[in-house]
Unconditional design. Structure first.
Length: 60
């Protein structure tokens, strides 16, 4: 966690957990976004791509 803010660390952790859910479940992207605490699926998708370099749908 050195060199990054606690907020960035939390965001990265949430996105990596979401990536795992995309791979391991058949839940919709909207449901995963909501479970991870995002109220806006488009904001979730933008953050997901920023962190992983991929869109949520491409991970599927």
């Amino acid at each position: 966690m050195m060199g990054i803010s606690p907020q960035r660390h939390l965001m990265e952790s949430r996105i990596h957990r979401a990536r795992h859910l995309l791979i391991e479940t058949d839940w919709s992207i909207t449901r995963i976004a909501q479970v991870m605490g995002y109220n806006d699926v488009y904001f979730f998708s933008r953050q997901f791509k920023q962190i992983t370099g991929q869109t949520p749908s491409s991970v599927r």
